[in-house]
Design a protein around this ligand. Structure first.
Ligand code: FES
Length: 94
């Protein structure tokens, strides 16, 4: 199963391939805060330190909000919009 490692602490959690990073909340070990869960608030902003190619592509809604927040650098994602297919290391920005 794909492993999510949190860059700041080194803690990690496994999720099923194809699941959403929102499912981190169900593990009780999420270090990413979530708000709206629909690409509207920016609470779940993360930097992807490694494994970007193991995440699904940005959704149109995600792209729009990242642009509006002036946060559309290459490493930036909204965790609530990410599907995971392999190991990643992420750092929450909030
Ligand atoms: S939780 Fe609001 S944008 Fe992801």
């Amino acid at each position: 199963m794909p492993r999510v490692t949190f860059g700041q602490t080194g803690n990690s959690v496994e999720l099923s391939s194809g699941s959403s990073l929102i499912d981190l909340e169900d593990t009780g070990k999420s270090e990413v805060p979530f708000g709206c869960r629909s690409a509207a608030c920016g609470t779940c902003l993360i930097d992807v330190e490694s494994g970007m190619s193991n995440l699904g592509p940005r959704t149109e809604e995600e792209q729009d909000l990242l642009h509006d927040l002036d946060m559309d650098g290459d490493k930036r994602r909204l965790a609530c919009q990410c599907k995971i297919f392999g190991d990643v290391t992420i750092t929450p920005l909030n």
